[in-house]
Each structure stands twice: as C-alpha cells, then as structure tokens.
Design a protein around this ligand. Sequence first.
Ligand code: C5P
Length: 231
Amino acid sequence: MKTIPVITVDGPSGVGKGTTASLLSNHLGWHLLDSGAIYRALALKVLNTDAETSDIDTLVELAKNLELRFESIIGEPTLVYLDGECVNHDLRQESCGNIASIVAVIPEVRAALLQRQKDFRVEPGLVADGRDMGTVVFTDAQIKIYLTASAKERAKRRYKQLKNKGVDGNIRALEKEIGARDARDSNRKVSPLVPADDAIVIDTSDLSINEVFQLCIEMIDKAGLKANLER
Ligand code: C5P
C-alpha cells in the first residue's frame, strides 16, 4: 500500500507553526491539519456547556462526541464548524487557548482525539501542525520540523499581531501567559512538547517567516517530496 506523505510542524505557541504549515500546504497542494483547533474546539465546548475542567469523565465524553467539521479547500483558510456553527473567530480567543492547554494535559482526552487527527492523512499528502505531531500522531512522517523561539520574541510577535487587529496588548502579560502555556505543554506526562528525535529544529527568533519557509522548502526538495500540481 502506498504511504501517504506527512510533514509535521511542532513547537510552542506563537512560534509561527500555523503560518509555516499553511504556506507549506499551499506550496505542496497538500491538506492541512491545525491540531490545536481540535483542542480549542473542545475548550469552546467546555466553555459553552459550563463543564468543569476537573471533571475528566465529562471532558472525555465531550471529546468523543465533539461534532466538529473542517471545511477546507487547498489554498484557502480552513473553516471550523462546531455543532454546525462556524467558530473560527471564537477559537482564536485567549480563553480557548488557555482552556485547551488545560484539557490537553489529560491523557484520556488526548486518546479520545487521536483518531480524528490521523484521519486527516489523505491523498495527496498532509502538513500537520501542533505539539505532538511528530512524536505521537504521525511518528512515521517523512519530514519532522520543530520550530522554536524565545518566549520574549513570541510575546513580541503576538503583541504586533494584536496591534494590527486594533487590540491593546501588554508585552509583559503576554510573555507571562506564553510562559505558563509553555510550562503546561512541556511538563505534562503524556505527549509533552519536545522535538522528536528525528526532527529538524529551527530557531526562528532571528528569522523572517519567508526565511523559515525557504529552509523548509530545502528540506522538502532534499527529501524528494513532490507538490500536487493537479489543482
Ligand atoms: O496550537 P494552539 O495554540 O492552537 O493550541 C492550543 C493548545 O492545545 C496548546 O497550548 C496545547 O496545550 C494544545 N495542543 C496540544 N497538542 C496539539 C495541539 C495543541 O496539546 N497537537
């Protein structure tokens, strides 16, 4: 059976994984999995149903029965529907990101969401971004990329993003939040945020998004992976 190729892009929050993965999926004409959106959708469901983040049984039930649909056309932003409603805007709220990182610590929740992520691996190929794409979900990926940057630099980038959206931010508070999220993601027992042994680590602190993209393209060319040109 032919193996469907996968490129994984892991790393901490605010490092540019989403942008890099999206550029790569456009370049290759492959599908895109933003696995964080699945955890964020569960977080939104938790908020909408007033579930307690300490009530593991309820969280697992919510994760198993999550009515989640991704509408994606290669080259266009993916639309996420939860219970039939487009929730892209809600998912980007800090509250969703924070609750996502709290529920993501629970092994049973991660197990309940695993197959949903694997199901994204369809022809012609997949670019998957998250925390454990290379270490747990797609361990046989053809290329594993791990992006990193200092918390200070990531807070600066987040601040700029917010400013561009006309939202006021506080760099110190953002850095603190990013640090807290990093600690939760890195110190959990199951699927902690670590580079896979066979990942290529890129420190993006002093690189533009285009420079990161070019480094990834070099890896793709070296690995002989081909773009799907029938679009
Ligand atoms: O990537 P994003 O910031 O959207 O992810 C939100 C949270 O979901 C992360 O902080 C992390 O705790 C969790 N997550 C995870 N594993 C993934 C993707 C996201 O634990 N593969």
